[in-house]
Structure formats: structure tokens, C-alpha cells
Design a protein around this ligand. Sequence first.
Ligand SMILES: [Zn+2]
Ligand SMILES: [Zn+2]
Length: 387
Amino acid sequence: MKKLIATLCIAFAASTAGAYTPNKIVVPDVEGYKTLKCDFHLHTVFSDATVWPTTRVQEAVWEGLDAIAITDHIDTRHQKMVKNGYFNKEKCDRNTSFVLTKKAAEGTDLIVIHGGEITREMAPGHWNCIFVKDNEAIVNNAEKFNDDHFKAAKAGLKEAHKQGAFTFWNHPQWNKHAPNETKWYPEHTDLLKAGYMQGVEVYNGEYCPEAHGWALEHNLTIFANTDGHAPFFYEIDYLHGEHRPVTLVFAKERSEEGIREALDNQRTVAFAEGMIYGREDNVRALYDACVKIVDVKHTWRSTDITIENRSSIPLRFSKAPGSEMWSYTRDWEIAPNSVQTISVRALQKDHKYQEITAKEVDINLYVNTYLVGPNQPLKVNYKITRE
Ligand SMILES: [Zn+2]
Ligand SMILES: [Zn+2]
């Protein structure tokens, strides 16, 4: 019996070697850039989460991420942990969660970025600072202004920028900050003009169409982050193909510097709950990398096109204007990492199939899982020559 089990295990291992593993996020490189899967907003027990820093590394490696930023709340929540005696003030400060995460990532490929979250009331709300050097200095500057939340946040952001940080607005739609509507306040205009609003979370817990619009209007870098407080195994059903939200970064090189250069130049899209949110040029580049026509067959009455989805991003198409001469399924899907064939025919007359006489088949589609603006799908066109 023992022998039989051993044999079965070997057979299983052989059959899955190099195969698609559902826990990993698969997204190909886009033309000219490496596609890096990143989560720039994560908490640990060093503020108000339930996870030790090492776990954040294990989770990210298991899911195939390229980079994470540790962004514990650096205001009152950290102090509470120290005051309650959970941490020894002499041994830890607001940089310790990063130091422990970085150490845990040694020997892995994971890039760990030093960060912190300035946590203030609206407006201005919560702000992530990444690529920081010292969170203590950021807090010390902010605390000079006590409960003047705007002045405190601005002073913290100023210090973060002195350290060379990249800073962005978190979850503008969060219930506590936006109980009725998601609003842009004069304080946000002030921070934008100061150069401190370099990006915005378009997805944090849910899609924020207003943030998507503001990102396009003000040329902000687009983020989808988890803001993870609990272990991800409790929150995400990996074995059924679910993934954490990630920011896809199109970087010239796979390094911290490569990520920073891409963020500075707005080369990101948000990927969350099976949807892509971004600026049109980035979204189209990603679509072109993920979706390939792999076979075309012609008959007298149809052109059959086989399309492959080479990513973890689901595809949901619908027929778009411009193909009124052609008949094909109005709404259809291609699951992640799979192929699908659609049959394109000339419009029927008198309930009879028509011979295709045109030299070219013209297909227009909306890609409803790739959004290029608030609730606005990417439009794609395929012209297929009939030989
Ligand atoms: Zn927050
Ligand atoms: Zn947070």
C-alpha cells in the first residue's frame, strides 16, 4: 500500500511540473517593460494588523508577487502598541516592521520597500509614503501640529519628500471618510499643487470610479492595494482562482529603482477582482500582451478566430459599434489562462447563411474587464484578412 501511494505521488508531481498554479498571479511582460506584481499597502502587528512581518513575505512569495511595501500606521496606532507594553520602546520604533520584513525576504526574490501610512481625519485622510528612510522623522514633523490634521499630514509629507519618498492618497471612498459621497476637498488641491499627491488608490476594498477619474485628470499614478490587516488565507480563496488586488507596474528593470522609475512615470494599472483599471495607453499595452490570436480558419460562410488569454485576468467581451455588417456572439468570455474560438459570419438574409465576399473581417469589441476610465471599457478592433 505504501508503495502505491509513493507511485501516485510521483505521477502527480510529474503531471503538474511546470503547470499553471492557481495561487500565482500570471501576467506577461508588456512590450519594452517587465510587468511586476506589487502590493504597496500592507500592515503588520507593529500598527493594528494581526500579522507578524515575516508572514507578509511568505504570503507574497506564495502568490508570486515581485514587491511589497510595508506601510504600518505611523501615527497613534503604533504608539498605542508601545504604551500598552506590547513592544519595548528601546528595541523597536516605526521602522522595525520594515527591518524585520526586509530580513525575512533575504534569500527570496521579493523586493521589500520601506513605507508608512500617515493616518489623519478627512481632509486630507490617509496617505501612503513609500521609499522612505525614517518614519520617526516623518511623525515627529507631523506631531508638531497635533490635531490639525491637514497641517500635520502636510508636514509629514514634506519630511517624506525630503527623504525622497513617493506619496499617494489612500482609499478616498472609505466609508469613514466618505459616508455619502467620495469628495475631493480644497486640501487635496493644496497637496496636489505641493507635489505630494503623486498617485491615488483606485481600488482599496472596492473600485473607486471617482479616483480613477481624478488619476486621469491630474496624471496620477494608479494603485490597487490590499491594505491587508488579516492573514490573506482568511480573506482570499486562492485555490478557486481568487487573488489579492495588486498594482501592476511596467518597469524597465526588476528592481526597487525600476519600480520607482515606473511609478514616477505613471506606468501602472490596478488589477482587482478580475478587473483592470488604468490609463488607456497602459491598459492597451497590457491587453496586447495578454491576448493573442493563435489561429484563424476560413470557410465560405465564416471566419473562425481562436483567441488565447495568457493571464490571470478574465476577459469579458461585448460587441462594439463598427461591425454592423458582421454577426458574432454579442457577449462572451475567456477565462484566465485559456482559449476560446468565435465564429464570425456575414449577416443573414432571408434566414440563409451568406457567403463572405469581403476581403477583410472587421471585428469591434468592448473589453468589459479592462477599464480605461470610470466605468469605461477598452475598445479593440481586429481586421482579419480572408485569404
Ligand atoms: Zn488607511
Ligand atoms: Zn492602511
